[in-house]
Design a protein around this ligand. Structure first.
Ligand code: BEZ
Ligand code: FE
Length: 287
């Protein structure tokens, strides 16, 4: 008869799974069991603590809806999402960052030079740059899908009940023959991640705030290149050093410039900007 004690139970559990030897599933499952058991032994987890974790996960499930995924938020505030983004950034490519919960996969196509913000209040900023490969070769026709909060830190999709169009402040651009993209929009403000649920309780228990540094979201893709999902931030803005979901990377912080000598760029812009944000996206080959 096998003797299961606190040291042999780990191997017994691993052996109980009949997974394909050497498969990725086997590696991940066995690693997970090892780490969970080691953690439990190292910290002498009590029944109360163990039940507390399970109840917390139960509460995350209870508050989740198709629009609100509390487990993703948990992953975000634990820096787990950021770690997965960092591990999966390809060498030479623009660093990845949070997708967040407000992406819509069928945003309207927009013409280069348009003003994404219509007549919204705020600082109008020209967002522009190139999409290239890592050798600086432009990628004409690259697709730049962007979405953002407004100058009050709200995504229109959050205010549909107040009559906002969920597709406002988002659009899909196609880079021109030189790989350039350009449009104007309003400068977004910081906002909080949802903190009225179990993840909010966790933040409060750890004396943490729920604020995200102001950012613009992007998904950029081109044929035969690996797509990137990332965010741009603004130098010297609030929460840049303590973003609640660890999305800020030094390489993604841009410096707003005054809107001067714009004629030299040769862009036809729908609205005159107050400031300029320039960023070049670099894509690495697929595979
Ligand atoms: C966002 O960037 O929109 C976001 C990211 C993580 C959690 C909540 C919001
Ligand atoms: Fe966001």
């Amino acid at each position: 008869m096998r003797d299961i004690n606190q040291f042999t139970v780990t191997q017994a559990v691993k052996d109980s799974f009949k997974t394909e030897p050497g498969s990725r599933f086997e590696q991940l499952l066995q690693g997970l069991i090892d780490h969970l058991h080691d953690f439990t032994r190292e910290h002498n987890l009590t029944h109360e603590e163990w039940m507390g974790v399970l109840n917390f996960l139960y509460d995350c499930g209870q508050i989740s809806t198709p629009e609100r995924h509390e487990f993703i938020l948990l992953s975000d505030v634990l820096g787990f999402s950021a770690l997965v983004d960092m591990i999966n950034t390809k060498g030479g490519a623009t660093e990845g960052s949070n997708l967040g919960p407000f992406y819509l996969d069928n945003a309207p196509r927009k013409a280069l030079g348009c003003n994404l913000a219509d007549d919204r209040e705020g600082v109008t900023v020209l967002v522009h740059g190139k999409v290239t490969d890592s050798l600086h070769n432009p990628l004409p026709g690259a697709i730049i899908d962007t979405w953002q909060a407004d100058s009050a830190g709200t995504y229109p999709i959050q205010e549909q009940e107040q009559g906002q169009d969920k597709y406002d402040l988002r659009g899909i651009f196609e880079a021109d023959d030189h790989g350039r993209y350009y449009y104007t929009t309003v400068l977004p403000k910081p906002y909080t991640v949802p903190y009225d649920g179990p993840v909010g309780d966790l933040l409060r228990a750890g004396n943490r705030h729920a604020w995200r540094a102001a950012h613009l979201h992007f998904m950029v893709r081109a044929p035969r290149m690996a797509s990137i999902t990332t965010e741009l931030f603004f130098e010297n803005t609030e929460y840049i050093d303590n973003d609640a979901v660890f999305g800020v990377r030094r390489s993604l912080i841009t410096k707003l410039q005054p809107a001067k000598n714009l004629d030299a760029l040769g862009y036809a812009l729908e609205k005159k900007p107050d400031a300029v944000c320039e960023f070049n996206f670099v894509l690495a080959p697929e595979g």
